[in-house]
Design a protein. Structure first.
Length: 611
């Protein structure tokens, strides 16, 4: 198979995605969305990245059935934990929430510092995960080109595959993920493309896996015989995992499927109705079971037949090539490319919304407060341009991380590092949903403390490696401060980092919240997120305004555009059964409605700053 054929297949696949996304946008304009619940359910499977497609086999070849721990959490959350997801979706719709950082900010008094800190953690935690996708695609292309290179020819690629993939993903995410300043408007084209990618990757995986398991190497008998008769293969498969490791993987995966930026975007922001969530509640768990059913036979086949030092992460690609089935190898490559591109595109779109809404706009309003009072201007263009630049910056940052750190790292280790970072959102989120007294000080302390400990115990060792004296003996020779054995606690490195980071996170959320009383706005938001039987927002009636309806409309139009503003206020007039007079003084109800419209474009914390 020639290198140009691999490149042509990749270009054709990406062109198909562009066409499907454009078609999805046209259907949305025509309100033809009867298949939307199934499309939504499939889009949730963006959880399955190249880590699933390639990395699960590599993980199974080293640690047995431990790979399935990454999927136990999501299955439990979408079955037993479905009421929690419904509650988060309901609250997000009511508050016009556009990201997980926005959700945390809204709960804690629409606090801009909470939002900015959460956005920063999301960026740092997601960059390694995007680098994982670039590594998987680059390694797959390199393996194929090397395998099919003529005898004696130089098999080294004269172009950077990861860079080309990164640039292509930037173009797709910008074109179909930044079409509206209003981040709460559903992006049907993008979601349809992601759903198609979910079908492609599971179809490719099952086709190649069935061929490897039952046809290419004389069926299951050699696999079973190798497992029973070859101690080295049996030992590799039965290495297994401790109960503590399984518990950590279950917790991390349950957290990741909901609070990873891309997962929150497709599950919460893109949700339109409870029927969509009900469909996903059974489609998504079945999808996870199906795509993992034949992982172990493939891992054993790779240990049995691959002898040239090919990484276990690439067994699904190497086995068809070794058997001489080029077309199956190409199908495997396209499936892996599909798994990688879906994740990168949705993740960068979600992160770009966080960067614009929770970092750039709040900083601009804080540093240059007079600009919000300036008449005229169109902030919607600035918002879109900020998101487009953010997508490029995030992907190039992931590309730089890929160049520096992923040469020898396994896909699973990179993914678990990202999962542990994003899990720092969970204490503030869950405590905020059940404890009314939690406040912004506690949330900030918990997020910051947990993230610092994650950096010290997991990120720094991953970047530094084992060659530094302070890693083995602790900083300044203090053994109690060794990054992978804090205070003498000896555990698996992942378990160790997750235990300390989440424990300190939870403790700081509680202690920080108890250290001061909640502000009035924090109490109002607590009443929304943890409601009592008796409504508690009547205190808002004490407030009055001094601005006119026309001034309020002008402010909203600056951020969402004139057309969007007109539609929103027309809808309000219809709901209230009254006409709005431009020179009249606004009431509190109208201001709150305007704040929700602004929140859909700039986030809840920025909307609060604007008004």
């Amino acid at each position: 198979m020639q290198g140009w054929l691999i490149a042509l297949a990749s270009i054709a696949y990406l062109a198909l995605l562009f066409g499907v996304a454009a078609y999805g946008d046209r259907r949305a304009l025509q309100n033809r969305n009867k298949a939307r619940p199934f499309v939504y359910a499939l889009s949730v499977a963006v959880y399955c990245t190249s880590w699933t497609f390639f990395g699960s086999v590599g993980m199974a070849s080293d640690r047995g059935f431990e790979y399935f721990g990454i999927y136990v959490g999501p299955i439990l959350l979408f079955t037993i934990g479905l009421p929690l997801i419904r509650q988060i979706v309901r609250l997000s719709e009511a508050e016009r929430i556009t990201s997980v950082a926005d959700f945390l900010a809204a709960r804690y008094g629409k606090n801009a510092r909470v939002a900015a800190l959460a956005a920063g953690i999301a960026i740092i935690g997601t960059v390694p995960y995007i680098a994982l996708q670039l590594k998987a695609v680059s390694d797959a292309v390199t393996l194929m080109v090397t395998h099919y290179a003529p005898t004696g020819a130089d098999s080294v690629l004269n172009f950077d595959v990861a860079l080309i993939v990164a640039v292509t993903m930037i173009a797709f995410a910008v074109l179909f993920g930044t079409r509206h300043a209003d981040a709460s408007e559903h992006q049907d084209g993008l979601i349809l493309a992601v759903a198609l990618e979910s079908l492609i990757k599971i179809g490719a995986f099952l086709l190649v896996a069935v061929a490897i398991t039952f046809f290419l190497f004389n069926g299951m008998d050699p696999i079973v015989e190798a497992y029973n008769s070859r101690p080295e293969i049996r030992q590799a498969i039965e290495t297994g995992s401790s109960p503590a490791r399984w518990l950590v993987l279950t917790i991390l995966s349950a957290a990741a499927v909901l609070v990873l930026p891309r997962q929150f975007h497709v599950i919460v922001v893109e949700n339109r109705s409870d029927s969509e969530l009900s469909r996903a509640a059974w489609v998504f768990p079945l999808y996870l079971i199906a795509i993992n059913a034949l992982v172990m036979p493939i891992a054993i086949s790779g240990l049995l037949y691959i002898k040239d030092g090919t990484p276990a992460d690439l067994y699904l690609l190497a086995l068809p090539m070794q058997a001489g089935h080029d077309w199956l190898a190409l199908v495997s490559f396209i499936g892996g490319l599909s798994a990688a591109t879906a994740m990168v595109i949705v993740a960068t779109v979600a992160l770009s919304i966080m960067i614009s809404n929770n970092i750039v706009i709040p900083f601009t309003l804080w540093r240059f407060p007079s600009v919000v009072r300036t008449t005229g201007g169109n902030w919607s263009k600035m918002i879109l341009n900020t998101r487009r630049m953010s997508i490029a910056v995030v992907i190039f940052a992931a590309y730089a991380y890929y160049l520096q750190t992923t040469e020898t790292a396994r896909l699973a280790s990179i993914g678990l590092l990202a999962f542990a970072a994003i899990a720092q959102f969970v204490p503030a989120m869950l405590i905020g949903l059940f404890w009314r007294n939690a406040n912004a000080r506690g949330a900030i302390a918990g997020l910051l403390g947990g993230f610092v400990v994650w950096t010290y115990t997991l990120l720094v060792p991953a970047l530094a490696g084992r060659g530094y004296q302070w890693m083995e003996q602790g900083p300044f020779g203090i053994e109690a401060l060794k990054p992978e054995a804090l205070f003498g606690l000896q555990m698996d490195p992942l378990n160790h980092g997750v235990f300390w980071s989440l424990s300190i996170n939870v403790a700081l959320v509680v202690v920080g919240s108890l250290s001061r009383s909640a502000t009035p706005l924090e109490r109002i938001q607590a009443a929304t997120f943890v409601p009592r039987k008796v409504a508690t927002d009547v205190g808002l009636n004490r407030f009055s305004t001094t601005i006119t309806v026309e001034e309020l409309k002008e402010t909203v139009a600056r951020y969402v555009g004139v057309e969007r503003m007109k539609r929103a206020f027309a809808a309000y007039e219809g709901q209230e059964g009254r006409s709005l007079i431009d020179n009249a003084i606004t009431d509190v109800a109208l201001v709150r409605y305007a704040e929700q419209i602004l929140a859909s474009a700039v986030g809840t914390s920025s909307a609060r700053l604007v008004l």
